[in-house]
Design a protein. Structure first.
Length: 481
């Protein structure tokens, strides 16, 4: 039978692998169950130990509060402690209740050296001498605290209960109530035994839920793993076809990128050839426009249109040239705060014109190694994009800070980036504006890349766009503090 499984079958391939898959399912399920039980038991012990630590801290705090707020004042005021006096009892009760408030403590009792309940939050227990068990006696004898877990329901029954009744799981803590080393007391004698009960049903219930989560998760993971193994066998014949399709797609994209690169070089060459005559047209139209405007000529509007369009076309040509032939930065120590202050000063009239508020958060200075002119242009493009996107009455925030490296953050209250297209905004020739070349952010990204800085765009949760410029930590950067 085993040889028949190994023998290949042209109609049903991989029979041995299928056999191993089903065998693996059984092994995985069994091992997952064992691992689940182990992890669940470990988690239960961890929760119980955590409650022990919490109970011990509470007991120590009770000991301290009782001694500082009751024992010392009572001895100083009355000369001795007599809980039969109503004033002393009420004072102790007030201290205990204020300390255990909101800690899920069911009751607190204090035993004297004869094992008699001298104080209890349940006054019906006061004076009884049959309640002290062996834990109380052991604590008197050895001076060590102890815990006892009381269950009103078995672990197996609790596993199959959706919710447990309150007080189903109670932790009992027995702690020696000691005098502290004050007022000449050199040792810490035991004044009595502190006993309290805490309802930890909710914590235990969380452990049970966690156990079921582990068991269900393990079985689910096992089934998913088996399903994946089985699907690998069924889809083996499709892998080669998918790889061929992926190869064809990549070749097509590569061919398209080569065409775009060739087109870019051609456009850059054309732009270089027309830049000089375009400059002559721009300067001439400006002179003629200013002259016609002074003379009040009817041709002033036409000349203004020629001048404006020549400026726009000149900017487009410059964008193409800057993208096709990026300028290499001349690295020097520059102050980002100074660059931004100059930029804001230059753009102040535009902010007033559009009734936009600028909020800035700058340190005294922030130095990086870079080209001042190129960084100014990069930040100018970012700021202008934000200004154009912000509606009248909106806010632009600029923050320069140090976060393991120099960081510049520009946010606005505009519509933000289109979430589904956010990965394309840095691509060349992509734009959402009616006018523009789509090269602005691409040029900015190129400038920052040459400065070993990253450009990151996103949307603010409260609305608006966010642009971050993070310089490299490897740069020789420093912040004056």
């Amino acid at each position: 039978m085993f040889r028949s499984l190994i023998r290949s079958d042209p109609v049903k391939p991989f029979p041995f692998v299928k056999f191993l898959s089903w065998s693996s399912l059984i092994i995985i399920l069994a091992s997952s169950l064992a691992l689940s039980v182990f992890i669940a038991n470990y988690a239960r012990e961890a929760i119980i130990n955590k409650n022990h630590e919490f109970a011990l801290l509470l007991a120590e705090n009770l000991n301290h509060q009782i001694y500082q707020r009751f024992t010392l004042p009572t001895v100083l005021g009355f000369g001795r402690i007599e809980l039969r006096q109503e004033a002393q009892y009420e004072r102790l009760d007030q201290v205990v209740r204020s300390t255990i408030h909101s800690f899920h403590v069911l009751d607190v009792s204090i035993y004297d050296h004869q094992g008699v309940v001298s104080y209890s939050t349940d006054q019906d227990l006061v004076g009884q001498d049959e309640l002290a068990d062996r834990l109380v006696a052991s604590t008197f004898e050895h001076g060590r605290h102890s815990f006892k877990l009381k269950k009103n329901i078995s672990s197996w029954q609790a596993m199959f209960r959706f919710s447990l009744e309150p007080d189903s799981i109670v932790l009992k803590t027995v702690y020696p109530l000691r005098a502290e080393r004050t007022l000449g007391v050199k040792d810490e004698p035991i004044m009595g035994i502190l006993e309290f009960h805490q309802d930890i049903t909710s914590d235990y219930e969380s452990v049970i839920h966690f156990q079921w989560l582990i068991i269900i998760g393990s079985f689910t993971f096992s089934l998913v793993l088996f399903f994946l193994l089985y699907m690998i066998i069924l889809r083996t014949d499709k892998v080669l076809d998918q790889r061929i399709r992926e190869k064809e797609r990549l070749e097509k994209e590569l061919h398209q990128n080569e065409k775009l690169a060739s087109m870019g070089r051609m456009v850059a060459s054309i732009a270089h050839e027309i830049r000089n005559p375009l400059g002559i047209i721009r300067s001439s139209s400006e002179i003629l426009y200013n002259r016609a405007k002074k003379q009040g000529s009817a041709d002033a509007r036409l000349l203004e249109a020629i001048f404006d369009e020549s400026k726009r076309l000149s900017q487009t040509v410059n964008d193409f040239l800057d993208y096709a032939r990026p300028k290499q930065p001349k690295l020097d120590q520059v102050d980002l705060v100074r660059i931004w202050n100059e930029l804001i000063s230059f753009m102040g009239s535009e902010l007033d014109k559009h009734d936009i508020t600028l909020e800035k958060d700058f340190p005294e200075n922030m130095h990086v190694m870079g080209d001042k002119d190129l960084l100014y242009r990069a930040f100018y493009n970012i700021f202008v994009n934000s200004l154009q996107a912000t509606p009248r009455g909106g806010v632009i925030r600029v923050k320069i800070t140090w976060d393991d490296a120099p960081l510049v953050v520009v946010t606005d209250t505009g519509p933000g980036f289109e979430p589904t297209m956010i990965d394309r905004y840095l691509e060349p020739f992509y734009t959402t504006k009616d006018t523009g070349t789509g090269l602005g952010l691409a040029i900015v990204a190129g400038i920052l890349q040459n400065h070993e800085a990253g450009l990151y765009i996103s949307n603010n949760p409260e609305g608006g766009a966010s642009v971050q410029v993070r310089f490299s930590t490897q740069q020789n950067s420093q912040q004056s503090r």
